[in-house]
Ligand binder design. Structure first.
Ligand code: SAM
Length: 144
């Protein structure tokens, strides 16, 4: 799913329409689909942690891939406003507040950890956003 800058609007419209049609809350699902097709990251029965999961596209897609025996845990500052599969659970929280209490509920044995542009939602330079994402992820992974 390569993006051509000059065709960005067309890309947005095409994937937004497709996402709506396929009942995903955001077009970002097609990024994960492309990754999945290439690397087969998520397998049936896997336990997946999705950091910054709202509005829920990756979470729903991951739950489809892991199936009924799998488990998908999402965390986001914002609550989800869509129905999620029964094998998925969402915590409304800051990922940096994740502590032992959280892991007592979820366990730590995740097969896959997902995170999609975790930068805060203020309009900042893209590089700054990327650095924030990396820093947040690094801090969290240290706790695992
Ligand atoms: C680009 S969106 C993720 C889209 C999602 N992958 C999907 O497919 O629907 C990034 C999310 O990260 C969340 N986020 C940013 N910083 C966070 C933090 N410290 N803790 C929890 N969520 C955070 C934002 O609230 C936002 O919903």
């Amino acid at each position: 799913m390569r993006r051509n800058k000059s065709k960005h609007k067309g890309w947005q419209d095409h994937y937004s329409t497709l996402a709506k049609k396929e009942n995903f809350p955001a077009r970002s699902v097609y990024k994960l689909k492309e990754i999945q097709q290439k690397y087969n990251l998520i397998k049936k029965g896997d336990k997946v942690l999705d950091l910054g999961c709202s509005p829920g596209s990756w979470l729903i897609y991951a739950a489809k891939l892991t199936g009924k025996k799998g488990r998908v845990i999402g965390v986001d500052l914002k609550p989800l406003s869509v129905k999620i599969p029964s094998s998925a659970k969402v915590f409304t929280a800051d990922i940096l507040s994740i502590n032992d209490e959280f892991y007592e509920l979820t366990g730590k044995n995740f097969n896959v950890i997902l995170s999609d542009r975790l930068q805060p939602e203020i309009k900042v330079l893209m590089l700054q956003g990327l650095l924030t994402s990396a820093k947040q992820l690094f801090q969290l992974l240290k706790k695992l």
